[in-house]
Design a protein around this ligand. Sequence first.
Ligand SMILES: Cc1cc2nc3c(=O)[nH]c(=O)nc-3n(C[C@H](O)[C@H](O)[C@H](O)COP(=O)(O)OP(=O)(O)OC[C@H]3O[C@@H](n4cnc5c(N)ncnc54)[C@H](O)[C@@H]3O)c2cc1C
Length: 411
Amino acid sequence: MSQIVVVGGGFAAVWSAAAAARRRAEAGRREDEIAITVIAPSPEMVIRPRLYEENPSSMTVLLDDVLSPIGVRRAQGTVRAVDPDRHLVVVEVDGDTTEMSYDRLVLATGSRLVPPPSVPGADLMHDVDTRDAAADLERHLDNRHLSDGPGRFRAVVVGSGFVGLEVATELVDRLGRRAAAVGARDELWVWLVERADVVAPELGEGPRDQVLAGLAGAGVDLVLGSTVASMNAQQVTLADGRELSAETVVWTGGMRAHGPIESLAGDRDVLGRLEVDARMFVVGVPDLLAAGDVASVEVAPGRLAPQSCQYAHQHGKHAGHNAVADLLGLPLLDFNGDPYVTVVDLGSAGAVYTEGFDRQVRAVGKSAKDVKRMVNTQLIYPPTKDADVILTAADHLSESRPVKPVPVEGP
Ligand SMILES: Cc1cc2nc3c(=O)[nH]c(=O)nc-3n(C[C@H](O)[C@H](O)[C@H](O)COP(=O)(O)OP(=O)(O)OC[C@H]3O[C@@H](n4cnc5c(N)ncnc54)[C@H](O)[C@@H]3O)c2cc1C
């Protein structure tokens, strides 16, 4: 029996496994001829793009609800190393290690938040990178009414990338509701601190005016050209010397590739991602594919795919398909993704929907917010329980960008 092993439990892994199961079925092969196994630390897939929202603990899908109906096995554990020469992975389970062999391996171990700078008090910073961290922030917000400090309903969000924008604007509502519940709505304040001289530098100029209008509309106080120099439980001191009374600080300093990639040969890009070829195979490592935030994929001449949910879906579908096709000596797919889109949530000010790598604004305000809501509550969730529906959605040509273009519209 041949073994396809997929490492990870996020979007890229789930869609790799589903696409592999689809290709296996198309080739008329049975589960006892080609076994497909997902190795992930948790039985749940975390819907990571929603972790800035209220109630982050609920943002999960049971992996078995997606994998079992389509004949994909699940092994619980964390892969600590890949040995490409022996074609095996080293898996840690409850402190013990075992080995699992593979014929084709898809690495889809995602990314992790870049740690905050080691300034005094940095350990007090919150983040929304993992479900546990987001749940910890939620508990912290829930307890603010127990404090009597001037900063109990004031927050500083550090970094104005798309995660920082979403956290800051959503915090206005999340902290605001808690403040209002104890009659302290007037204590609410949220600062968004950005080191660069412009907001959201990674988003470029395309949506900048709309982002600035959205921050102002949501009531976020933007501080440019500064960062956190130190903090304690009550106060943040910025690099420019300003002191802000705030009991909540959220770090959103970007993401880097994560997982057992150190043990592998091959080049890395600036985000630590493994270089893959057009067919999602890791360059220089036989029989290893990579997908999602851990993979560096050229999607247009000289343009690497951003770490994003959209590309994690699309990479996964191509990688899973090609893992089985390669095993069986069938034709391989070249990566061919849908046009890139972004939808940034701006809390009560709506959202900004853009298309293309230069992020041309196509919708703002309420119509963009409707798109964001649809993306967050429907589009990014894999179908569950029904094998036909799951396998149909696993086709690499199935629609994985959020929506058809919607007209530009004011807030
Ligand atoms: C708050 C927030 C908001 C975001 N908003 C957006 C957005 O609006 N739009 C967008 O496109 N993207 C957004 N993103 C980014 C998006 O979440 C990621 O690009 C996407 O999750 C990548 O999917 P992935 O499957 O590659 O990795 P991940 O979702 O990170 O999943 C990785 C999986 O691998 C598992 N894993 C890790 N290490 C190992 C190991 N050693 N062994 C086994 N399993 C392992 C993890 O447990 C996890 O299940 C956001 C991210 C955050 C944190």
